[in-house]
Design a protein around this ligand. Sequence first.
Ligand SMILES: [Fe+2]
Length: 308
Amino acid sequence: MIEQAGLTVKQLEPLGVEIYGADVRAGLPEPVIEALEVEMANRGFIVFKQQTDLSADELVEVSKWWGAHEIHSTHGVHPATPGRNRHIFRCSNDSRHGILGVGPQWHNDGSFEAATFSHSAYYMARAPEQGGGTHFAHQGAAFDALPAEKQAFWERLVSVNSASSVTHPVVHTHPVSGRKSVWLHLGMTGGLLNEEEMKALFNDYNDLMNASFEKGYGIRYHYDTGDLLYIDNWALAHRAAPEAHMPAEKQGLRIIDRVTVKSKQDLAPHFGLPQYINISGPHPFNKDGVWQAGGVGFLWKDDIRLQN
Ligand SMILES: [Fe+2]
């Protein structure tokens, strides 16, 4: 159906789909948009190639194709953002052009919200000549790769966000694909277990994501200028490639605009637990448990840089 609409589809291995021949400004038929949303859930992300010179308003409008068809913005606006559009989060490796150093560890966008963003756009307004992309790992396939005893343990866990006190399940069932999927914010979790257990879990999760490249559920994506990439943010974890944060003089200037899409539903905890447990108050059940408010939350490794 996507090809009948005049688009050329290139499946990347093991994840992602590149789409050639689209002009997103001109729109797409509704059934094609719906089919692409299913593709994102199953294959993690899609990239509309060759969408150079999109305006801020065009980028925002196209992003409303997905999820609840609204933008969900929670970020500050860098002064270099086109039109100071409040829905665009402009990231760069040069502070004159955008925010530096965003997202070096595995995460999902908007984890501090109950209705964690359903989709995120990454629009590469200017690709760095020497590279500086994004790493992606499919969280449904990651769950499948876990040993059975860890699957059973993780399914019983709920994390508490260090910034907002929001709770999320460590394993959820994806609303579109129906796949059980892992979920953990490595740089913004304040409570979950005791210190030793939490360190083990976070390192396991980080190892699971790092193993994605060799085990066939992760990809290092390299952008061209004009790439308009959309992820299903409930299916795919991501982090900036290390080269993305190297200086512009070395890598070439990188300017990437992020737009985040409102979810139709909350990523709600199971077992009847509340959507918020006050992280600034006392620990609700376990005096030995970690209960760390603010900043990047629990520090699970000494030599790691965290930035949200
Ligand atoms: Fe991110």
